[in-house]
Design a protein around this ligand. Sequence first.
Ligand code: NAD
Length: 485
Amino acid sequence: MVESKDKLYIGGEWVAPSSGSTIEVISPVTEEVIATVPEAAEADVDKAVDAAKAALAGPYPQLSPEERADTLTKLSQAIGARAMDFAQIITTEMGSPSSFSLMGQVFSATMILDGFANVTRTFPFEEHRKGALGPVLVRKETVGVSAGIVPWNVPLFEIACKLGPALAAGSPIILKPSPETPLDAYLLAELLDEIGLPKGMVSILPAGREVGEYLVRHPGIDKVTFTGSTAAGRKVGAICGEQLKRVTLELGGKSAAIILEDADLATSLPTLMPSALMNNGQACVAQTRILAPRSRYSEVVDALADAVKGTSVGDPADPSTIVGPLVAERQRERVLGYIDKGNAEGAKLAVGGGRPKDLDKGWFVEPTLFVDVDNSMTIAQEEIFGPVLAVIPYGDEAEAVAIANDSDFGLSGSVWTTDVERGIGVARQVRTGTYGVNSMATIDIHQPFGGFKASGVGREFGPEGLSAFLETKTIILPGDYQPPS
Ligand code: NAD
């Protein structure tokens, strides 16, 4: 299933790359090279932008919203029909456990496309309104050519986050997958051909950050949609600010799960744990700070320690595996570095803390639980992006909210309580873009999603996500104008 490639998908054509440079895709389980793909160069970006500009003037952006929605539905169905292949490729290239790959990576991507198809069918692309002086027509038009830059942790899901609204809005898009995970995007390109998407609407250019930055700066790009680290997001945002390009930034997180003293631990923790450790801890919305009331502290810590100890670690292709390897050696070293910092700064290591003894190959880190963590410690402030949880004690609800908000990030969060109204009250006070009350879901892929503070700018999904790919035009009409009925 996983095979090397020698062409790039540019403007709907399979073309020879402009340079001989290649990307090696390395298995995080065996540490061996499993495939190579061409690495796109600046000349490939130029070609893709030319193709996108031609497509912008072509038939696709002029299709009716209904026809564009049908394209999204067709693509979703085509991905659904190859779901097992996509899941296997993603597990192989980045180590996501197979069950998560199928649901969290592939079917969630089809759901994103379905969501955008529905929004497109009902979105008010043209509205007649009464203006200050008379009738006006307010139109939403495509933003132009867009660039979508995605990370490796949920590669197909992230592509769907960019491709869905672009195709809904009639915006030709150049996608740049991460060098760690280019393979799923190749299968996607085959499906774009299969559904007959007009040429030029999509190009897929696997490359690293330099070519990514060249794409962002390219004068032919009107809109950038970026998902990745906050550090890279700041750079991308600065370039777009300078060039006055439209930009959406979906960045890092350090979300807090607040366990209120009335929570039912027996039902809450089995629901919370999957959102804390999902995708081997490599999830922007992971609930990695767990705030426990002092009145029930040891009870919460014991239950969490049991749950983390009981988490199976191993080959992500094995359906019983809950936590697989990290994506790359550098990611494992980064996570182990944070564990060292936690120990050095005085957090108490309750579970894990190193590499699993029985796995001498692969970039595995034991699921790790630190307790007695102070929110000022590095492991509570910085995004670790690995299976490392920090339990932070608090006194009352106001202190819990203050700790949750004492973060540069504001992406997600959750509260656990037997009183849902009280939970909603907490949700109103925490400064994050998405919040769950007794919910395993840390994101709703049909509703606006994005960050407060350093977690990003703008929103994906829902009408807000589609609007991010549209410009608004007001057409002022003569006073006696009557819209055609
Ligand atoms: P990263 O920032 O290193 O890279 C992300 C993508 O951006 C890659 O394709 C990379 O090649 C490219 N890139 C990096 N620097 C660039 C630059 N200066 N110009 C243009 N492109 C550039 O992040 P990563 O390690 O791949 O992903 C992990 C990060 O992504 C975490 O911080 C995680 O929280 C975040 N993330 C956020 C969301 C969200 O929706 N908020 C979702 C998934 C992941």
